[in-house]
Design a protein around this ligand. Structure first.
Ligand code: C2E
Ligand code: MG
Ligand code: MG
Ligand code: MG
Length: 289
């Protein structure tokens, strides 16, 4: 790969480039061992009913605390994990850890509020790797986590490489009872013709669109379009990255009922998550009600 080509590395001599290159090298060297060395953990961000604050689910998000570099953000190490081909192992770590955590709290099912769902991100390479469905099946069996509570978040890029194969994989996953969410919706290459070929359960509107809500009319129209599309496809919508009351109120006004964002809660450490899960049908209250 170009990055490992020494002739390319010596062409850059600015000090900040040197620092960045060193960081990159250190991350590349340490990432494959990070989980085994206990540097990885999973945090959980509540997904709420925008009207009531009731928690309907949690998104599992990976965190890496590097001994020298400190917190390395997933936007930096996940793409590298894909390149280094260690993403499947990392993804399996997240799936196992999250299922085991949620399994610690007995499930409750009432018609009003079933136990919150667990949403786990799946990277493109992980999704495309042969045997992915078998791994998911085995993790579910080992943790005896109820499959109906597991939702997998997949980006559009995972679907476009091989449309037929992707549709088959999604069908198999849904056959297990798993729900499928399209993550970062609006940033990929989906067209109407393309989307309806996939059995999906929800679209997650990328936070870039939510961030601009209330600042320009175009984003309102874009969100409206996604909501209309979802209605036509008969799938749910979740808005990402809601930070302000204005955004939340606009979304509710447009008919979007579910979302996640710092307005409601940041991703929570495992103990805080377990406390909320044990508290039962929790609703987050805050300055937004
Ligand atoms: P994502 O799946 O779209 O996750 C949502 C991201 O938005 C998370 O960033 C979350 O912390 C952040 N977020 C939530 N609410 C707000 C808000 O109100 N404001 C702002 N500014 N940000 C908000 P995070 O945890 O840094 O993860 C970034 C991305 O890294 C994720 O985007 C996902 O693509 C990837 N990622 C994280 N954990 C995993 C994992 O376990 N597996 C895989 N394959 N990817 C992961
Ligand atoms: Mg996600
Ligand atoms: Mg997302
Ligand atoms: Mg996103």
């Amino acid at each position: 790969r170009a990055k490992r080509d020494p002739s390319r590395r010596v062409t850059t001599f600015r000090p900040e480039m040197h620092t960045a290159a060193l960081r990159q090298l250190q991350i590349e060297a340490d990432l494959p061992h990070a989980a085994a060395r206990g540097q990885m953990r999973v945090v959980y961000q509540p997904i709420v009913d925008l009207q009531t604050g009731t928690i309907g689910g949690y998104e599992a998000l990976l965190r890496w605390q590097h001994p020298h570099l400190g917190n390395v953000p997933p936007d930096e190490f996940i793409p590298l994990a894909e390149e280094l081909e260690v993403i499947s192992e990392l993804g399996q770590y997240v799936l196992e850890t999250a299922c085991r955590t949620f399994q610690q709290v007995p499930e409750f099912v009432t018609s009003a509020s079933p136990s919150p769902a667990l949403q786990v991100n799946v990277s493109t390479r992980q999704f495309l790797r042969p045997g992915f469905v078998d791994v998911v099946r085995r993790v579910l069996a080992d943790s005896s986590f109820s499959t109906g509570r597991l939702h997998l978040e997949i980006t559009e890029s995972a679907l476009i490489v091989d449309v037929e194969e992707a549709a088959r994989t999604l069908t198999e996953l849904r056959g297990l009872g798993i729900k499928i969410h399209i993550d970062d919706f609006g940033t990929g290459y989906s067209s109407l013709a393309f989307l309806h070929r996939f059995p999906v359960d929800a679209l997650k509107i990328d936070r870039a669109f939510i961030a601009r809500l209330g600042e320009d009319g175009v984003s309102v129209k874009l969100v409206q379009t996604v909501l209309l599309l979802a209605q036509t496809m008969e799938v749910d919508v979740i808005a990402e990255g809601i930070e302000t009351r204005t955004q939340r109120d606009l979304l509710l006004g447009l008919g979007c009922r579910r979302g996640q964002g710092y307005l409601f809660s940041r991703p929570l450490e495992v103990e805080d998550t377990l406390d909320l899960l044990r508290a039962g049908s929790g609703a987050l209250t805050g300055p937004y009600d």
